[in-house]
Design a protein around this ligand. Structure first.
Ligand SMILES: Cc1ncc(C[n+]2csc(CCOP(=O)(O)OP(=O)(O)O)c2C)c(N)n1
Length: 344
């Protein structure tokens, strides 16, 4: 299967750009902002202000590029690693941070933001995306659902169920696999014996595309085609975006135990932000001061979100029992009583 690439590693165009210069600058600003958040997330975790944090550095193009193809009212269903995508589709930084602080309020997007809270369960959310798209179709709406997941998720039964159902019922679903090479310490080669993940689409009877996941123009082009097909009732698409997580799996992982420095260095040279910067510079759409201003305003915005999240009154531990059922079953009532018995 051929790999779709439009922006070469040195930033030169080797295909048709899917956007004009203004839009390319907007995508660049989004990627830079997401990276500022990501680095802040790791720092906050080290300071004990967030629980485990899953970095996405290196995967900005895969996330921002696929979401840029959506209409604001489409659905997005991602994972713990997809903060950039979720934010791009309207999920506030503050809610993302609250989620990482273990505060349930982080799981509630504002009204009208069609983004599900991040899935921690690997693979289960793909089924939710299929169901959401199917429901929209039944209601007569043309909203579609896009779901992001890793290469490891393709080893889960849920992936196969989601793909099969989506293809049989021609649901408006776009599956985006961010193949970042690893499922924690388990390499891509141990997840599947297929040469590519994209080719699995064939077996289910849906379109499959392999793209350079560090090339935002290629990701956006593939996602736009998939979204148009889904919206037009032509069924689901599986996109495999070849990318790499520069950091460890999460802040609790030591990637040095299973990956070589050479690999990480080789992927750093394919950085999605560097690539778009080189393109913008040669097109006369970039200067250092502009990038510095983006970083500065991202930093201010994210600091404000941190202050807001940390400034909330603590969420009572037993509040989680309040919102689950109108009439809680006996087992939950028993748990609530136990919780109340805990010292301190
Ligand atoms: C059903 C399930 N099994 C196992 C885990 C533990 N787990 C968390 S992340 C992860 C690896 C996921 O890898 P991948 O899908 O490639 O996504 P990535 O983290 O690389 O983005 C595993 C096994 C889990 N969260 N859910």
């Amino acid at each position: 299967m051929e790999v779709l690439r439009i922006l070469d590693v040195d930033g030169s165009l080797i295909g048709d750009s899917p956007v004009d210069l203004d839009e390319a600058r907007r995508l660049f600003a989004a990627m830079v902002t997401a990276r500022v958040y990501d680095r802040k997330g790791s720092a906050l975790q080290r300071q004990g202000r967030l629980a485990t944090y899953a970095q996405f550095e290196g995967q900005e193009a895969a996330q921002i590029g696929s979401v840029a193809a959506l209409r604001p009212d489409d659905w997005l269903v991602g994972t713990y690693r997809d903060a950039a995508a979720m934010w791009m589709h309207g999920y506030p930084w503050e809610a993302l941070l609250l989620g990482r602080m273990g505060d349930e309020r982080g799981g509630a997007p504002p009204a009208g933001v069609n983004v599900l809270p991040p899935s921690i369960t690997v693979g289960g959310h793909m089924i939710h995306a299929v169901g959401l798209g199917w429901a929209e179709r039944m209601k007569g709406s043309d909203r579609i659902a896009l779901t992001l997941f890793g290469d490891g998720a393709t080893s889960e039964g849920d992936f196969h169920e989601a793909m099969n159902f989506a293809a049989v019922y021609s649901t408006p679903t776009v599956f985006v696999c961010q193949n970042n090479g690893w499922a924690i310490s388990m390499s891509r080669g141990r997840q599947t014996a297929s040469e590519t993940i994209a080719q699995k689409a064939d077996a289910y009877g849906m379109a499959g595309v392999l793209v350079d996941g560090n090339d935002i123009f290629a990701v956006l082009t593939a996602a736009r085609t998939a979204v148009q097909r889904a919206r037009a009732g032509e069924g689901p698409t599986l996109i495999e975006a070849l990318t790499y997580r520069i950091g460890p799996h999460t802040t609790t992982d030591d990637a040095g135990r299973y990956r070589s420095d050479e690999d990480v260095d080789a992927w750093r040279k394919k950085d999605p932000i560097d690539r778009l910067r080189a393109h913008l510079r040669s097109a006369g759409g970039w200067d250092e001061a502009w990038e510095g201003a983006i970083e500065q305003s991202a930093s201010t915005e994210i600091e404000a979100a941190v202050a807001q999240a940390e400034g909330l009154e603590p969420f009572p531990a037993d509040a989680m029992f309040d919102r689950m059922y109108a009439k809680p079953p006996g087992s939950l009532e028993a748990q609530r009583r136990l919780q109340g018995d805990e010292p301190g």
